[in-house]
Design a protein around this ligand. Structure first.
Ligand code: C5P
Length: 213
């Protein structure tokens, strides 16, 4: 397996998040903590829990603010012990620069356009160009743009992943896991196809197997 799955823990329930991590632990080591959990105030505890197990945290805070605020906030984030955190490319060049400057040992991941919105490839490339110039470590984009974004030499992280048997929910620019990997994705963010499943581990294993056939 030369790509990695990041499971999106989109919940406000710490207990539920920990239970999911335990259930999936043998097959996945990357977990995404998003705005919902961050706003419960329980994120630091969950980060410690995941780090103690030996896992990695993708801190999906989606920063979008003025450069000074971004820089100062990133200083705080850099002490949390997360593997990486996200910033909107639309925050602009200066804010991205402030994030890169203050990132400490965490990776800066730029979000182009949310996969729940439609976007032209040229708009996405324009944003990726700015992100690459400012030295971010990776880019979040849909699998449909992955092959063009790959040219910039950044790690590619793709949400909007939907196996054929899963519901699309609110995602628009979706791809099946295998397509995303073929397009050059290094990390697949997968939430509801796993977390809403009656048997999350079975769903995860099914996804992994489908990418290997
Ligand atoms: O449940 P689902 O697989 O759609 O979850 C996708 C996750 O990826 C969500 O947590 C969402 O916030 C996140 N995400 C996204 N599109 C982006 C960036 C992050 O869907 N561009």
């Amino acid at each position: 397996m030369d790509y990695k799955i990041i499971v999106a823990l989109d919940t406000n329930n710490l207990k539920k998040a920990k239970k999911l991590i335990k259930t999936l632990w043998l097959r996945v080591k990357f977990f995404k903590i998003g705005l919902e959990l961050i706003n419960t105030g329980k994120a630091p505890e969950l980060i410690k829990y995941i780090n103690k197990l030996g896992g990695k945290v993708f801190y999906d805070i989606k920063l979008n603010d003025i450069p000074n605020t971004v820089g100062r906030t990133v200083k705080v984030i850099s002490r949390l012990g997360v593997w990486g955190f996200t910033i909107h490319a639309l925050a602009g060049q200066e804010a991205i620069r402030a994030a890169v400057h203050n990132k400490g040992r965490s990776k800066v991941i730029g979000v182009t356009i949310l996969t729940s919105s439609s976007a032209s490839v040229s708009k996405i490339l324009q944003l990726v160009r700015i992100l690459a110039k400012e030295g971010v470590d990776g880019v979040v984009c849909s699998a449909r743009e992955a092959s063009v974004v790959k040219r910039f030499g950044l790690k590619i992280i793709t949400p909007g992943i939907r196996p054929k048997w899963a519901q699309k929910n609110d995602q628009k620019r979706t791809a099946i896991p295998k397509e995303a990997i073929t397009a050059g994705s290094d990390y697949l963010i997968i939430g509801r196809p796993i977390t809403d499943s009656a048997n999350p581990l079975e769903a995860l294993i099914k996804i992994i197997e489908e990418t290997e056939t």
